[in-house]
Design a protein around this ligand. Sequence first.
Ligand code: IMP
Ligand code: MG
Length: 430
Amino acid sequence: MPATVAVGTQFGDEGKGKIIDFLADRADVVVRFQGGANAGHTVQVGDELYAFHLLPSGVLRKRTMNVIGNGVVIEPAQLLKEIEETRSRGHPVKNLRISDRAHVVMPYHKTLDGLEETLKGNLSAGTTLRGIGPAFEDKVGRFGIRMCDLIDPDVLRAKLDKIVPIKQRMIEAYGGAERLDAQALFTEHAAYGERLAPYVDDTSVWLDAALKGGKRVLFEGAQGTHLCIDHGVYPFGTSSNCVAGAATIGAGVGPQYLTDVLGVAKGFTSRVGAGPFPTELEGPVAEHLRERGGGEYGTTTRRPRRVGWIDLVMLRMAVRVNGLTGLAVTKLDVLGGLERVRACVRYRSDGESIKEFPASMRILSECGPVYREFKGWPDLSEAEWIEIAKKGRRALPEATRKYLGFIESTLRIPVRIVSVGRSRAATMGR
Ligand code: IMP
Ligand code: MG
């Protein structure tokens, strides 16, 4: 703080939701700046579990304002559903603002997402089918509908009249059978617009004033560095920029405010979707990582996640492209009970040593991991991990401390937060 960006350093699902919720305690504002309902941020409060897709993770804290920035693509029905569900669980959701420049995900984007995925064959990323790619395609192609249009019925109708026939031709060209109905789309979406209008605002103006007034702002990244459209495993990532720099564009604030960049890394690696994954594991260790804690299923799609050892080649790149000033390491409890734990320090391909994460998916798919091996630590109960968290990092098992120390010295970056369980109490650092 004053302005901190928290981003994923791997393939998403690093535990960002939990870390953001932890940091939100000291934040006045939490801002989402990219992605859409493809994200799944899990936050646990007491025994209650919340999974947010579009709502920023600070929404459960009454005195924290939550902003959905212009860089996010918003599926109105999904957002309204999340607001209603959160409300029905006792949180009023009065602390939300939505950028008038954010783009809207329309039903035809979801249709096209599915059709594109099928046509792409082995180039398919295994998307969440939330229409994210086609919505960003429309933004860049200038076929998009923005929140300021959604809440203005005349503009919405005029835009749909022009855009829907074009989308219909695309659906047909892609071999789809769906018939779009511009009138029905208008009626449905004008109603969403009316319900969302009270939240819509010029959030750049609002954020600028907040930052100038000394408010502490936390920018909440979605997905992760290696899913970034520019820096990720192209074409197997997502369609937005997931790195820290995107916070300024996706929220409409100047880069001078971003003083602190926290990278969130899981103690191992996981991903949902397709593409090369050098440290991927199969067999009993993979089962252990997937089943322990029961969390390694996609929050958005419920697909079993692919899992593997931590990859410091990936993380070294994340430190660089995000300009990380610190790291939060999560899910160390999940590694508990393994006899040995490994960390990939570089790759080997055709007898050659590779230290930097390659751009080419052909080269990446030929890379094998070179590991450093560590002694494992015990499988402790949640209560035992919380006891440790109360005492701080020095109370961690010696093997866990060694593992963290190795990550710090290899990446030359401090581990500032350590998470050893889902709950807020199972967190140490600041
Ligand atoms: P899309 O973002 O739905 O287009 O999906 C593109 C790729 O990114 C797919 O491989 C997804 O599984 C992956 N992906 C998208 N969002 C997330 C996320 O929040 N966590 C993990 N993986 C994601
Ligand atoms: Mg997730």
